[in-house]
Design a binder for this molecule. Structure first.
Ligand code: ADP
Ligand code: ZN
Length: 527
């Protein structure tokens, strides 16, 4: 590439081709390592600047850099952006017809490409492998490398066969990149991609400009609207919902409120999806309401907020999704509304999930870590970074740092709640969900209470000293602390082994106080 590529150092490529003055974070070390022919495993948060880590070595080394990426929808954009900089880039994926593919193949063989983007399934096709063998390859970059992790939510079976690249091309350096970074995923990537000798580069995962806030959910759409009106008027953002139905409902609600919002989920046809994504990327102030199908690889610098209306399944997922905010380094909000129903629903999803017990235990561990983050009374950022094995001092810019939640001794409240569950079971042979139990505690004579004669129970009305919202908080936190469990399809509550210790007075229960106005847990302070 260029006139004298071998003589062109990394820094001069950075300046001449990309127009940047200096490297960021660990980029320079990584780039030099790969230029020298070493394998690398790069863990860097979203927006950290992973692309240059393989693009520059591809330009400096002789031959074509082959980039494996699952993001077919973005390849055209990525290649166009590179071409605009004068980099000779092309791609091969299923969206092309025969002639388009032939053209790219001819360019590759003629040595007229610096970078070739490939969908992973292309490497299953023998003709692709034969094609690659006829050219000169400078490096293999494996983007979104966590797609090889089998229980991760982005698993792509085609990634498993990427381990064989090393056998076919033992002298070509490989660089695997991801923004997903627990120790476990990390190790799984290294082993599945056969990267035993690769050097690991782990960047700091702190995103100091993102303010993390987690609030109890009462009326999620209203709470979201308040957040948008008071702090993010006219800003671009992403709102994540668990189901397609709630994506549709939420988007429609926002539109009715005069907000420029579009839905995005896998149930929409490809053209609508592409259109909505394009509006989000190219226009100002568009809000995408989406399932987690949206976002991987989306590079929009000025996303000012990411809101979750449902609980993410894991801390990794939460970190990835919130990480799409604030790539430009300006103050941004990560806001999550979470409630009792989320815990019930997620536990149910795990119970009915496919896979063996070991898999279910793993999902439960992920959920528990997410719940611990939600119920944390100390700095969210400290918790989040600790999850990725990184230490940090309290940040001063998350909801718990700004408004430290008070904790209270909830032992008696917990005993009241748990003994209501016990009485229903022992005296009536019944199980109920949290709503009915709270109505009994509050002494509410609802139709359902009267129907089941629950006002005759000795526990009826024993919890009138707390508000309904406080009781919901008690139930949610008991579930989060595994002092209560969900059973069956209707979210009915049952005791756990640990509940007995609370009922017997051997175990104290410390709870977080519920805020009076849930949506307003903390007002944004500029970092
Ligand atoms: P990632 O893939 O890690 O999410 P990208 O490679 O898309 O991140 O980079 C994020 C943004 O930062 C891009 O807009 C990119 O152009 C910019 N960027 C990357 N490295 C540098 C640098 N050294 N100087 C300035 N901007 C950079
Ligand atoms: Zn903090």
């Amino acid at each position: 590439s260029g006139d004298a590529p071998e003589a062109d150092g990394a820094l001069s490529v950075l300046r001449r081709v990309f127009g940047y003055d200096s490297f960021r974070g660990g980029q320079q070390e990584i780039i030099e390592h790969v230029i020298a022919g070493g394998d690398a495993l790069v863990l860097m948060p979203t927006g950290g600047g992973k692309s240059l880590c393989y693009q520059i070595p591809a330009l400096v080394r002789k031959g074509v850099g082959v980039v494996v990426s699952p993001l077919i929808a973005l390849m055209q954009d990525q290649v166009d952006a590179l071409r605009a900089l004068g980099v000779r880039a092309g791609f091969l994926n299923s969206s092309q017809d025969f002639d388009e593919r032939r053209l790219v193949e001819a360019e590759f063989l003629a040595g007229e490409l610096d970078l070739l983007y490939l969908a992973p399934e292309r490497l299953r096709v023998d003709s692709t492998l034969r094609l690659l063998e006829r050219g000169t390859i400078s490096l293999f970059a494996i983007d979104e490398a966590h797609c090889v992790a089998q229980w991760g939510h982005d698993f792509r079976p085609d990634y498993l066969q990427l381990s064989s690249l090393h056998e076919r091309w033992p002298d070509v350096p490989r660089i695997a990149l991801t923004a997903t970074a627990t120790e476990a995923t990390h190790a799984e990537i290294a082993s599945r991609l056969n990267l035993g000798d690769a050097r690991h580069f782990v960047a700091s995962f702190d995103r100091p400009n993102i303010q993390y806030r987690i609030v109890p959910k009462s009326e999620p759409k209203r709470q979201l609207l308040e957040l948008l009106r008071t702090e993010h008027d006219g800003d671009a953002g992403v709102v994540y919902c668990l189901s397609r139905a709630s994506v549709e409902k939420t988007a429609q609600f926002l539109v009715e409120q005069g907000i420029d919002a579009v839905p995005y989920h896998a149930g929409l046809d490809a053209r609508t999806r592409a259109g909505h994504q394009a509006r989000f990327l190219r226009e100002d102030g568009v809000i995408v309401v989406a399932t987690i199908a949206f976002g991987m690889g989306i590079d929009k610098p000025d996303v000012r907020f990411v809101a979750h209306l449902d609980l993410p399944k894991s801390v990794e997922g939460y970190y990835q999704e919130t990480g799409r905010a604030g790539r430009d380094g300006l103050p941004s909000t990560a806001w999550l509304a979470y409630g009792l129903q989320d815990v019930v629903q997620q536990r149910k999803l795990i119970d009915t999930s496919e896979g063996d017990d070991a898999h279910r235990r793993k999902l439960a561990t992920h959920l528990d870590a997410m719940l611990a983050l939600c119920e944390a009374a100390d700095c969210r950022r400290v918790r989040l970074l600790a999850y990725f094995g990184q230490a940090s001092p309290p940040c001063g810019n998350c909801d718990t740092c700004l408004t430290p939640p008070k904790s209270w001794d909830g032992t008696i409240a917990a005993q009241k709640f748990l003994s209501t569950v016990v009485r229903l079971k022992r005296e009536r042979g019944q199980k109920f969900g949290a709503g009915q139990i709270i109505d009994i505690l509050l002494g509410k004579k609802t139709a359902k209470v009267i129907q089941f004669d629950h006002d005759a129970l000795s526990v009826f009305g024993i919890g009138a000293d707390l508000r309904e919202g406080q009781w919901r908080g008690v139930a949610r936190q008991l579930l989060a602390q595994a002092l209560l469990a969900v059973e069956g399809d209707y979210g009915t509550l049952v005791l756990t082994e640990a509940s007995a210790q609370v009922l017997g007075g051997q175990r104290k229960v410390t709870l977080r106080e519920e805020p009076e106005r849930p949506g307003r847990a903390a007002k944004a302070a500029k970092p």
